[in-house]
Design a protein. Structure first.
Length: 644
């Protein structure tokens, strides 16, 4: 580069700064070097700042040249560790930006302080790569950084980067050197040709060997230069090129696109009456493919003969591809395999090397379903499932009706047994008393003494008959009126038992809680629930030695739940395991009643920790007939309750 005195200065790899004689091509020392600790550091980039000071990016740090001594004053973020820089640029505020293998570094010559900016994998707004190849300050003061993974635009206010890669149109992700033409466009060498970036349109235009470049890879050594006349020079691994940006013109021709071949499993499909294609693929707007032949390819071509090798293409399957697939002229084939059943639209566009994209050529593709994937088959399966569910529902209803009938028959048999027992005990006793009183009446006039003895015997027999009647009535007393609410019955039972002399250690506190909308129970359910409730409360008041007894009645949509709790001494776990004490029929009797009702009776108890009992009855049994629309939900709820 030229210094302010128009002397051509070169940075060398091991000999510091030298000047070049344009006429002879001979090189000599820029200034005599007395002692130089930095002369052996390879100099990778030179710039003159706004004040005419010479700065260098070296493999030992950032150096400021001292013309009096011929040495560089070297600065590094860590004085104990040298760092390799290969790119340098001056910010409009007079600070320096340098880059190398460890990110982008900002150096303030006044404070001698460094600020480091690096790539963070979890932050898409950070530097795209820590390997910085070039730094460019554009005419508007904006800063651009070329890295091994894209072109980065730096935002000084937020300290973040906007990254441009091949996805945004960049020719290649490796950006080596950046220049700016007289129109403000950026030119950069990449690993895939040269790229021109229009900062106004935020758009890339790429150039390759088809446009005259020596090869694809124009990276290497950061070699680029712009002459005072505007001519640009780029050098890379593929060679060197020179051009005037304003003299480059583009062909405005936009070629039409045609589909030229359709293949199934790599075999071209000819048109015909018995073929998948009735007409040639060029004239076809759609095609239907069996699901067994969903491995297909589509070939296309641009209808233009001017430099066809430089044409570009892009294609997509709209329902499958999120982005366009960009290909060159030697890749004019789109292939798809194992696509799901359905309808798709294929689109392809073409363009010259720097022209605009053509209108897309389209092909509708429908992959036909197998017989078991058709809507008709699915509808039949759905109808079959509904039929099975309906049949299961009807069978369950019949089963519940049968069980309910069994419960009714059991209740009738119980009443028949009681009637027979009354007949065999109470009525027979009354008949015997009638005969005794008749005999005493006959003896009274003539034998008053014997008559008195007969009356005493009749009185004793009467007391026995009363005891027998009391026992029979006690069995029937638990049957409530069909219209009485179960909560009211339980409350009445607790009040009577709490006021009796049979409750030990004083009367425990008793409460009844009702949840849900109260409903009238069926006569059978009310009968069995009241008998089970009476037995549970009787045991709690007499034997539990509890301070508090609670009853909870929950009217649910799918079931009726009756729960009793006490804080008494509890039930021996062995008794619960055996199902009751020998000679006692309380627990077995309650379980039998619950089983006849189709209900579930659960006990939870530990010695000294109280007892909890829950009776769960299906709604269809507890409430009698339910609306037809709610039956299925009740059955499902009943089954869930039985599984818990």
């Amino acid at each position: 580069m030229e210094d302010p005195s128009q002397t051509l200065v070169a940075g060398t790899y091991h000999r510091g700064l030298e000047t070049i004689d344009p006429d002879s091509g001979r090189m000599s020392a820029y200034v005599p070097v007395t002692t130089s600790t930095s002369a052996n550091n390879p100099i990778m980039k030179l710039i003159f700042d706004h004040a005419g000071n010479l700065w260098a990016a070296t493999y030992g740090g950032i150096g400021k040249f001292n013309p009096e001594t011929g040495n560089f004053i070297t600065f590094t973020p860590d004085p104990q560790d040298s760092i390799q820089y290969q790119a340098i640029a001056e910010d409009p505020d007079g600070t320096m930006w340098v880059g190398g293998q460890t990110g982008l570094h900002h150096f303030d010559p006044g404070s001698k302080q460094f600020t480091l900016l690096r790539h963070r994998p979890d932050d898409p707004r950070s530097l795209s790569d820590n390997r910085v190849n070039s730094i460019h300050i554009d005419a508007d003061g904006g800063m651009w950084v070329g890295t091994q993974n894209g072109l980065d635009k730096f935002d000084r206010k937020s300290g973040t980067f906007e990254v441009y890669t091949e996805r945004e149109g960049l020719g290649g992700n490796v950006v080596s050197c950046i220049l700016e033409d007289r129109r403000g466009a950026l030119w950069m060498s990449t690993n895939n040709g040269l790229s021109r970036f229009d900062r106004t349109l935020n758009q890339f235009e790429n150039y390759s060997a088809f446009d005259g470049l020596p090869g694809p890879d124009m990276t290497g050594w950061g070699a680029c230069y712009q002459s005072p006349r505007g001519e640009m020079f780029f050098g890379g691994f593929s060679g060197a090129t020179a051009f005037y940006p304003e003299r480059i013109t583009h062909n405005g021709f936009v070629p039409n696109i045609a589909l030229t071949d359709f293949r199934i499993a790599g075999v071209s499909i000819p048109p015909g009456r018995k073929s998948l294609l009735e007409n040639a693929i060029t004239l076809s707007s759609s095609v239907e493919i069996p699901h067994t032949q969903n491995d297909f390819s589509i070939e296309f071509s641009a209808l233009g003969f001017f430099d066809p090798e430089s044409n570009r293409y892009r294609y997509r399957l709209i329902e499958l591809d999120g982005n366009w697939h960009k290909v060159t002229s030697d890749q004019r084939l789109a292939s798809y395999t194992t696509l799901p059943v359905g309808s798709y639209t294929f689109e392809v566009q073409g363009a010259t090397s720097h022209g605009r994209w053509s209108e897309p050529a389209r092909l509708g593709i429908r992959i036909l379903p197998a017989w078991y994937q058709t809507q008709t088959f699915r509808a039949l399966c759905l109808l079959g499932m509904l039929a099975v569910l309906w049949s299961s529902y009807l069978l369950r209803i019949r089963s519940l009706q049968h069980r309910f009938g069994v419960v009714l028959e059991a209740g009738l048999a119980e009443r028949t047994r009681i009637a027979r027992e009354l007949h065999d005990t109470l009525l027979q006793s009354l008949h015997g008393l009638m005969f005794r009183f008749q005999a005493a009446r006959n003896m009274l006039p003539l034998r008053p003494g014997e008559a008195m003895d007969a009356l005493d015997g009749a009185i004793a027999r009467t007391e026995q008959a009363i005891a027998e009647s009391r026992d029979a009535i006690k069995d029937l007393r638990g049957t409530p009126a069909a219209s009485k609410d179960i909560a009211e019955l339980v409350t009445q039972m607790g009040r009577e038992l709490g006021g009796s002399r049979e409750a030990h250690n004083g009367s425990p506190a008793f409460s009844v809680t009702v949840e849900g909308r109260q409903r009238i129970l069926s006569s059978t359910a009310q009968d069995e629930v009241s008998r089970i409730a009476h037995e549970l409360l009787l045991n709690a008041f007499r034997h539990a030695e509890a301070r508090r007894i609670e009853a909870e009645i929950r009217y649910g949509r799918h079931s009726l739940r009756v729960r009793f709790r006490d804080d008494g001494k509890g039930i021996d776990p062995e008794v619960l395991k055996l199902g009751g004490r020998p000679g006692h029929w309380g627990l077995p009797g309650m379980r039998e009643r619950a089983q006849r009702l189709g209900a579930q009776l659960d006990f939870w108890s530990e010695a000294g920790a109280g007892t909890e009992v829950q009776l769960t009855i299906p709604a269809i049994v507890a409430y009698g007939k339910s609306p037809g629309g709610a039956r299925l939900g009740m059955i499902r709820g009943w089954w869930r309750n039985r599984e818990q």
